[in-house]
Write a protein that binds this ligand. Sequence first.
Ligand code: PEP
Ligand code: MG
Length: 872
Amino acid sequence: MTGTLDIGWIGIDGPAPHQAHGEKAYLLAKAAAAGLDVPPAFVLPADWGGDVGPALAKLEAAAGAKLGDPERPLLLAVRPAAEMAAGGVAPAILNIGVTTQTLPALRACLGERVAQDLWRRLIHSYGAGALSVEGEEFEYALHDTLRVAGATSEAALSATCLADLAQASLALIDDAGEAFPDDPRAQLDGALAALPQAWGSRRAKLRRQAMGADEDAPMVLIVQAMALGLGPTPSGAGVADLREEASGAPCLTGRYLDQAQGEDALMGLRTPMVLLAEERAARGLHVPALEDVAPAVVPALREAGEVLEAAIGDGVSLEFTIEAGRLWVLEVKRAKRSARAAVQIAVDLASRGVIKPEEALMRIDPGHLEEQLHPAIDPVARRTVLGQGLPASPGGASGRLVFSPDAAEVAAARGEQTILALIETSPEDIRGMHAAAGVLTVRGGMTSHAAVVARGLGKPCVVGARDLILSRKEGALRTADGRALTEGTVVTVDGTVGQLLDGTMPMIQPETSGAFATLMTWADEARCLGVRVNADTGLDATTAESFGAEGIGLCRTEHMFFQRGRITAMREMIMAEDTESRKAALATLLPMQRGDFVELFQSMPGRPVTVRLLDPPLHEFLPHSEAELGDMAASLGVPVAKVAQRAAELAEFNPMLGKRGCRIGIAYPEIYEMQARAIFEAAIEAGRITGSPVRPEIMIPLVSAVREIEVLRTHIDRIAAIVRELQGEMVDYTVGVMIETPRACLRAGDMAHICGFLSFGTNDLTQMLYGLSRDDAGRFMPDYVAQNVFAHDPFHSLDVEGVGEMIEVAIERAKARAPGISLGLCGEHGGDPASVDFCERAGLDYVSCSPYRVPVARLAAAQAAIRSRSAD
Ligand code: PEP
Ligand code: MG
């Protein structure tokens, strides 16, 4: 805004201010251009060094009055304005032009009391804004006058009291060694010189810095004719919201004070009125409503709101003045809005043809959609923060603290809500996580087990709450300030911001019909990238389908083995010492797996379903404590020593780089064979039930060599042939791989040649490319991000520079060898908007993400497509 800007004109012939003049001037000019009553004004860049005389003359002509005219004086306001985010703007100087010369005319026209009120108001605002007197001094002077007069508010002060107050205020200026100019041009010039100085002062810069705004943000000065707000009834000033902040629905709420100016209605000087009688009744208030004192203003405000929405293309709130019954718009702001309200407003405006649906799509932050699918903590509720961690899964939940998955299950059986707090979770905790209303872990990062599972379940979750200590000995969660939260303490997790809060909190319930659904339909029309879901159960898949998932991109089969009744068979299989006994245990698991897959295939009839073969190291299925090992030995009927020995055999230094993924399939082919058989048999059964053939996509995890695929594919094909033989039906299936090791990226060409699809597992790929444990990253990631060592957590948002380049190399090589190959991404990044944008640009076919992120990915994909179309 500095140096290069010309004067902008509001309600006066001449070029209107544009966005470079700042939001305030720009929106006000839009209001004037739309035909609303806006007092005429001109907008000066703060560094505009020229003579304001000619501009003033134009303003005087438009207002039909002259500054300093003893017959018909024009009064002016000088309003500093800056970019929306700049903050720390000094208050406006109002009523410039009241002098001993013009007072008689004001007295004649408005009466003695109003004239004196205008006079003392100018002295206050000029003294504080353009001279060196602290605003507080004038406040004390006012309070002294009120005390002497025995009045409770300035509205009750007589003309004489106001005149005395004016004199007392002038004396304050005198005492400060300053002189109040009794000349209108001197007042205007003084204001124009002082306000930029105040803006550029060290104090103002520090204030902007403290508010996180640009300390060198430019400003403009709006020189505007006054709409008085004082004088014949109804006169006053107020603010009006035309969209509800929480829902975005049209409304008319606000505050109004009669015989008032500027921001008086917000200052708490007197109890303001509400705008509508209906609001007064609903809130049980005993104040008058604007509707009672100025009924004609209410429809005018509503109309102004509609006109402005159409002119600006956004929801608005207003600052207004009523002068003898006439409504003047003094400031227009974009309506404050919650994430849900943003959707409502954008969809409303696009449905009315004010903006295009594409514009509506681009206005919504996809990251905010997920919140709308969960109960959210009321943003205005007071919160007492007990601990801070990473916002791993959004939404809010309240309940009693429990420190074990079993306690969560027991409480759930009694119908009680719990918050499960653990050091970190492991696959065996999944039932407890199911049972709890929310989860908190002291350790862990954005792709730790707790984070991934909670997102899948749609449970609010905070991970890596490092300022909390979970002490088993004490049986309590200890906060940084030493408070011990024992089991049963009622707390709330806010997974949207990553906080643990004291007590229960009021919640806002989710809403996915109406505007949300319309926005999603537009997103689907705009996007090219497919969106699938990472779902392990039919229930997850059904939820995700209702959120618009077009298939399952990843079913992590290991989660199925942790269900009650299965873990024992799984452990028997792990304990087996030879192939035959392993096969016997697998035979017990086969019907269970088949049942799972039937349910899964049925939940997505006619849509692609990718089933990943077993991935985690086997030791994850074994219990950890000695007591649990004892229980396991008892239930399997084997000595504890044997169980302990097997557990020791399976222990690895680096399990995530050890015997996991396809390496298990190579070492124990019978495990993958059982899974393949369950998949084929279930496909046939589900196809028969739904009448829609199932074409399973079998995915091999953690490959790094082409030969791994060849070996495992041979086993899978052999099982397919056996099932066909037995069932007399052929399953049309494809075999593909997860590309989640760097080597797999480099070998993607050869792999694509022998696979039906490739799916990027960016959780492991990020871990391996950075050499950074996904489960432990939470320990230092906040420091890294805070110090800008990493711009963001690469487990949360894809590292486009490194991991992204690796993916691009893989895509190029894969497409060169197999042009038609299907390419997806199923790491957690599939639900992160910036990562989805990368996927669109990189040329992937689909992303797959946790159920509650499906709408996020749909919108992010639409935005990515719109962006790439507009770049063409
Ligand atoms: C991945 O590594 O990106 C992935 C999807 O698999 P998992 O998170 O189960 O390792
Ligand atoms: Mg993986």
